[in-house]
Write a protein that binds this ligand. Structure first.
Ligand code: IMP
Length: 194
């Protein structure tokens, strides 16, 4: 079956294309020539994922899924959360966002954080949601150069490295997206593909 992934983020496409069930043919927005901006204005991670999948389905009629993710840091009231992409402003700069987190957390002992992803799958207009969460800590400074977003300051529980110091394959296997994807794969296997 064909499913369109509602993102233009190449990092995410790479993370997902190798792990989605092999019976699924993953298409990108580029593959289907979709160039409209997809709104994400609901104010929550769950709401945005649903809004994006619903919008793409309504516009194209294709079965599709969308994701929305965010970093929730306990000591700063679970921010940046749904505002993760533009935490430091509309320029959506990864390094500005990281610097804002590090400066808000200067001297903060509680470094607990989690990454959350919600996948909203829209099949024939019906929505199904899958959540992935990975817990970890925020480092005191930047470690590593790989990945994207907050990877250089997020160290998952049980690991010595930040996401940005890990081999790409390892991050891809353990990330919040991997956990949500495993649930999505299981659901597709049981309900659609078998
Ligand atoms: P999105 O809604 O999935 O695009 O994620 C929103 C923002 O959360 C991104 O722009 C990143 O700043 C951050 N983010 C999401 N997933 C990750 C990740 O795997 N590593 C680092 N940052 C992430």
């Amino acid at each position: 079956m064909n499913i369109v992934f509602a993102t233009n983020n190449l990092h995410k496409i790479r993370e997902i294309e190798n792990y989605i069930d092999k019976r699924v043919c993953l298409k990108s927005l580029k593959d289907i020539g979709f160039i409209k901006e997809i709104p994400e204005t609901s104010g929550t991670i769950l709401g945005n994922a649903i809004q994006k999948a619903r919008f793409l389905f309504d516009e194209t009629g294709f079965d599709c899924f969308a994701d929305d993710s965010g970093l929730e840091i306990e000591a700063i009231n679970n921010r940046p959360g749904v505002d993760s992409a533009h935490f430091a402003g509309p320029q959506r700069s990864h390094s500005d966002n990281i610097n804002k987190v590090l400066s808000e957390m200067l001297g903060c002992e509680n470094r607990k954080a989690l990454f959350k992803t919600v996948f909203a799958l829209c099949l024939k207009g019906e929505i199904h949601v899958f959540e992935g969460i990975i817990e970890g800590t925020i480092t005191n400074s930047i470690h590593g150069i790989d990945g994207f977003g907050y990877d250089p300051i997020f160290r998952p529980i049980g690991f010595k490295e930040t996401f940005a110091e890990m081999p790409f394959e390892l991050k891809t296997k353990i990330s919040h997206r991997a956990i949500a994807l495993e649930k999505l794969n299981f659901w597709l296997d049981v309900n659609i593909l078998r």
